[in-house]
Design a protein around this ligand. Structure first.
Ligand SMILES: [Zn+2]
Length: 340
């Protein structure tokens, strides 16, 4: 059978030499390498051989197959070249025809939204402060007024990296890092970045998302400054005619805590599916920095005060562009990305 194999390979290579155009090449491929091709049939017959001869024959047959496939590719390439030369000689190939341009690409919708948010807060005097995505338990929870076993830790389902380290569940640990770096100077920063939560992925929630935390610390900062800042942000991002509503809330690291709503940009407050017929959309949690947090950051809460807020990034983009599924942001579907 080895002889048969060698003969077949020689015959196939000789036949390939005579192939002059692509139909004949396809026919050659079918008759030797195809499902019912001569080599395939020979390979299948390996079961008829005595057991001890099978490995050697199998190896030889596979090597022959690799050689024939390479010869086929080489012949196909040669034919393509010949074809091109022929077209050039006949003048049917227009080499001045412009190629198909590869698009230059553009920024991801998330990046565009982040940059818009940076720009708005930069105009109000906030600078960008970056902090790590992998945090310690102490930074993510403890120093933010959530000692171990604090029930509020349940508000954030956490990805743990080790007993002590975790993927930050919010950008708030950056507040602590900024305070410790700038103390005793006043602070006005935004802290953008990815956050992670151990959550079921649905159209409304991803386990990875962006936040842009804001923090201001100074000697006479009041709730009025916070509300003004967020109202200004809402009007610059969503439109000048937007109205803002404040509701009481709870976060361990702010006191008092609030939720900030903007009147629904889709129905102008009339009520629709997106705002669940309430006329309002939640845009951020916020509040006055808790005295314990100020203290942990190095500031005397009797002298200093501050506010913090934490709008998302995907959510505002979803509202502004009527995107109904947060999973699209990470799906890398070009049909989605090209729209922005
Ligand atoms: Zn609405």
């Amino acid at each position: 059978m080895l002889d048969q194999l060698n003969r077949l390979e020689g015959e196939a290579l000789a036949a390939l030499e005579t192939v002059k155009e692509s139909d004949a090449l396809a026919e050659w491929d079918r008759s030797y390498l195809g499902k019912k091709g001569a080599l395939t049939l020979l390979l299948r017959a390996v079961g008829d051989l005595p057991k001890e001869e099978r490995p050697a024959f199998g190896r030889a047959a596979n090597e022959a197959k690799v050689r024939l496939e390479a010869a086929y590719e080489a012949r196909a390439e040669a034919l393509r070249r010949e074809e091109m030369v022929r077209e050039l000689e006949q003048g049917t190939l227009d080499v001045t025809l412009p190629g198909r341009p590869a698009g230059p690409g553009h920024l991801h919708i998330t990046t565009q939204t982040l940059r818009r948010i940076y720009a708005i807060f930069a105009e109000m005097g906030f600078q960008v402060y970056e902090s790590p995505e992998v945090e310690t338990d102490e930074m993510n929870f403890g120093l933010l007024n959530m000692p171990p076993h604090h029930p509020a830790r349940d508000m954030w389902d956490t990805f743990w990296v080790s007993d002590e380290a975790l993927l930050r569940t919010h950008t708030s640990p950056g507040q602590m890092r900024a305070m410790r770096e700038y103390c005793p100077e006043p602070i006005r920063v935004i802290l953008p970045g990815k956050c992670y939560r151990y959550e079921q992925i649905t159209a409304r929630s991803e386990h990875q998302f962006y936040q842009v935390e804001g923090l201001a610390v100074g000697r006479n900062i009041t709730m009025a400054d916070l509300i003004t800042t967020l109202t200004e942000f809402a009007r610059r991002y969503y439109g000048a005619e937007r109205r803002v509503r404040i509701r009481g809330s709870y976060f361990p690291f702010t006191e008092p805590s609030i939720e900030v709503d903007v009147d629904c940009i889709l129905c102008e407050g009339q009520g629709c599916r997106v705002c669940k017929y309430s006329g309002w959309l939640e845009i951020a949690g916020a509040g006055m920095v808790h005295p314990v947090v100020l203290q942990n950051g190095g500031y005397d809460p009797d002298v200093w005060s501050g506010f913090a807020f934490g709008p998302g990034v995907e959510r505002p983009a979803m509202l502004k562009h009527s995107i109904d599924d947060i999973r699209l942001f990470y799906g890398n579907d070009l049909r989605f990305l090209r729209q922005f």
